[in-house]
Design a protein around this ligand. Sequence first.
Ligand code: ZN
Length: 267
Amino acid sequence: MISFREIVTGLRQLKIGRQEPVIAHASLSAFGEVRGGAEILLGALMDTADTLIMPTFTYKTLLTPGSGPEDNAIVYGADSDNNRMAEFYKYDMPADPLMGDTAEALRRHPEAVRSCHPILSFSGIHAGPILDAQTLTDPLAPFGVLDEMDGWVLLMGVDHSVNTAIHYAEKLAGRKQFVRWALTREGVRECPGFPGCSCGFEQASAVLDKITRKQTIGNAQVRAIRIQPLLELMVRVFRSEPLACLCSSIDCDRCNAIRRQVDSGGE
Ligand SMILES: [Zn+2]
């Protein structure tokens, strides 16, 4: 059984300044049994970082229209069952279970604020300027502010396949982005700037390991990476190797769309 104190002690050993903002991605179960569960893991994060955000994405709002832009890694008009299941985005909609219990605990925290995007929202504490940067057309803009504020990515018992900052590096490097659609009370919203597939992102650890601080807490490996050099390194990788960090699944629509873009030499 891992205690609050053990988690705080482990996080402090990563030597992140408490003024420096953190985006955390966490798997509670990776730690083993945490006394007090997700709220305690969140409490330990808040005890070590003044400004904290986590992704609280809501994939239940996704809709597939009858038509749309070409080569968008989507089969138009083929998703009517899922369309019937789609839910209206609401500010208090729970985060998708894929985001983990800790992100959902942050979203529910009385001091937390959530950003505006109907699919790709972030929730945060004392993170106004970071969350406010997000727009419908620029969902990853919070990473620009995290970069300016000399922020950190914290991977807690998870690997780079959930590291959203790498998506921002893809965008900065000019890699293809996608369009998705969300159901909202104001109608169906077109959401450009939707990132590709992250299943292959753990390959980035070969490049990022040299700037990664590591700490074992309970059964979990926790990695801390400063966002500024992460973006510098990964933008350089994506510019010099346009197929870097794609996944190996032969029927991955988004990775295959990027391969086609590179093959055609297009934007
Ligand atoms: Zn893929």
